[in-house]
Design a protein around this ligand. Structure first.
Ligand code: NAD
Ligand code: ZN
Length: 403
């Protein structure tokens, strides 16, 4: 009797546990189904200046060399801001977004490695890069000029029959032969910051070619928008300790300190360029800067910066991604008699991209709060608001984060 009772109990337990297992299987299947790829997905299409429309299209067939990525997020860049405002590049209708990242959900059988030779699998987190793989010196603008088409550029070429060409979307369709990097070892905010950080990695590499930038150099970083702030973080990560940040916005200067500036100068506290240069000199214990980075789009700022640099010092001008007008300098006083070495810096190379991944990890290791550069986030359906916040310049980096 009692033996029977035990048996019944055991049977009931077994049935219950097998039901639970079945339940789990059902749940697991559901999860897989939830993750399964929908037939259609959304993109944010800029259809006229200052107007994105959310549109839904069928996801294209993934060919043997292609990759389908589920977008996690994408930063709004200054270039997107220009395009949003008045379409200066003539791209409308366009799915913008080139500072994006996401997870591979499907890929063709020929896809094995990323552009740095790292293996690629479904589930890996990736970023694209707008540098033509076969020739690292060709940038997006050359591509457009050469009319080479859009196989490699995402978020900056007009809409076509694929539609999923930019990172302001739910999915992005990465065509075979595109430059792509596996960055699964970086968190989502770091991944969104890769593209702007590569700009500064390149600028610092350009600066190093002068031979003037050293471990214990005194450096001025003029302008503390995202570009100047990242510049400071890179210099600090390289071990440079004497960094003075210059801006007119106190809040940005405070953040510059957190990112590694040893001191700051608010230009609005000083009347005239002589007084401003004197303030910087005082912060450097009576010395002018060995090297300076110009990180504003202001011609006046360009004209001013020579006054902060010592004889024989160096300057990296990177603030004019687009034409911001003419600057007046005195070649005798500013460059010739001071023997200043000037380098320009514009976008980046593939090598800079790979260096950027290492920088982001190293900056985190020494505790620089780089991710706080992303001050505002919006879901895709609020992309117009996100761009307006970006234009209002009330935050630093604005990002679209998909749910
Ligand atoms: N070289 C490249 O490839 C490249 C790439 C991206 C952006 N950029 C350029 O970098 C510049 C900065 O970009 P951002 O996103 O940081 O812009 P931003 O407008 O957010 O920041 C510029 C900062 O400079 C400050 N500023 C203005 N005039 C100044 C002055 N006279 N002295 C000191 N500070 C001054 C502003 O207060 C602001 O904080 C832009 O002009 C952009 O075109 C260049
Ligand atoms: Zn950008």
């Amino acid at each position: 009797m009692s033996g029977n009772a035990v048996n019944i109990e055991e049977v009931v337990r077994m049935v219950l546990s097998s039901m639970a297992e079945e339940n789990q299987i059902v749940k697991k299947t559901t999860v897989i189904e939830n993750k399964s790829i929908p037939r259609t997905a959304r993109v944010a299409m800029l259809t006229k200046p200052e107007q994105y429309e959310i549109k839904e299209y069928p996801i294209p067939e993934v060919g043997e060399d292609d990759i389908l990525v589920k977008v996690e997020g994408c930063g709004i860049c200054g270039t997107d801001a220009h395009e949003f405002k008045r379409d200066p590049f003539g791209l409308i209708p366009v799915v913008l977004g080139h500072e994006g990242t996401g997870e591979i959900v499907k890929m063709g059988k020929n896809v094995k490695y990323d552009s740095a030779g790292k293996s690629l699998r479904v589930g890996d987190k990736v970023v694209s890069c707008m540098i033509f793989k076969d020739n690292p010196d060709i940038t997006m603008f050359d591509l457009n000029k050469q009319n080479l088409g859009g196989s490699d550029i995402y978020g900056l070429l007009p809409d076509d029959s694929y539609h999923f060409n930019g990172w302001f979307s739910d999915y992005i369709f990465i065509r075979g032969g595109s430059t792509i990097f596996n960055v699964s070892d970086l968190d989502i905010y770091s991944r969104i910051l890769i593209e702007p950080c590569a700009v500064l990695i390149h600028a610092v590499e350009r600066a190093k070619t002068t031979g003037i930038l050293r471990f214990n150099s005194r450096v001025v970083v003029q302008g503390c928008g995202p570009i100047g702030l990242i510049c400071i973080a890179i210099l600090r990560t390289m071990g440079i300790q004497n960094i003075i940040a210059v801006d007119g916005v106190q809040q940005r200067l405070e953040f510059a300190k957190e990112l590694g500036a040893s001191d700051v100068v608010n230009f609005s506290d000083h009347k005239g360029i002589e007084a401003l240069a004197a303030a910087i000199k005082e912060k450097f214990d009576g010395h002018l800067a060995d090297f300076a980075f110009q990180c504003t789009g202001s011609p006046v700022a360009h004209a001013n910066i020579y006054k902060f640099i010592r004889n024989g010092g160096g300057l990296c001008e990177l603030g004019f991604f687009i034409n911001g007008g003419d600057a007046t300098i005195n070649p005798h006083f500013d460059i010739c008699s001071k023997e200043i070495t000037v380098v320009g810096s514009w976008v980046y190379t593939l090598r800079d991209y790979a260096t950027t991944f290492d920088f982001l990890k190293a900056a985190k290791q020494i505790g620089l709060p780089l991710n706080r550069l992303i001050t505002n986030t919006y879901p895709l359906e609020e992309i117009n608001e996100g761009h307006k916040t970006n234009l209002a310049m009330s935050g630093l980096k604005i990002a679209i984060i998909n749910q």
